[in-house]
Design a protein around this ligand. Structure first.
Ligand code: 2BA
Length: 109
């Protein structure tokens, strides 16, 4: 068994959840925050049999798209201003960041 952990954009979360349920995957949706942008994103925990991992990855890929996002600059508070960029910069936020982790035990009580 594997645990698939995937960080996606909030905008794609309902679409992905519906597609997972439609294909009989069990999933838990968690509200998360990206460390770099410090803005909300969504993390899914999906436990599944090894042979279904590829299908799950395909569904994630099909339902999550990358987008460009503007990052507002944060002015330095009395610190070194050498690296300060006074205008917003654009970063490409990926459709999905995925970790596939082996599961030692799966129990439900
Ligand atoms: P954030 O940390 O908010 O990052 C959002 C986007 O900002 C990243 O998109 C990347 O394009 C950019 N970025 C992140 N750190 C950067 C840095 N030090 N310098 C320049 N640009 C940077 P993605 O790479 O697609 O990541 C989307 C979200 O996935 C991340 O949100 C984070 O929540 C999660 N994530 C990505 N890699 C991860 C990892 N290795 N471990 C845990 N979570 C990860």
């Amino acid at each position: 068994m594997k645990l698939i952990l995937t960080v996606i954009q909030d905008k794609d979360s309902n679409k992905l959840l519906n597609a997972l349920v439609e294909h009989n995957f069990r999933a838990t949706k968690l509200a998360s925050t990206g460390g770099f942008l410090k803005s909300g994103n969504t993390t899914f925990m999906i436990g599944t049999e090894d042979i279904r991992v590829e299908k799950c990855l395909q569904i994630i890929k099909e339902n999550c798209q990358s987008r460009d996002q503007l990052v507002a600059p944060v002015s330095p508070m009395g610190g070194n201003a050498d690296s300060y960029v006074p205008y917003p910069i654009e970063v490409e936020v990926g459709g999905a960041t995925v970790f596939v982790v082996p599961v030692e035990q799966f129990k439900q009580f």
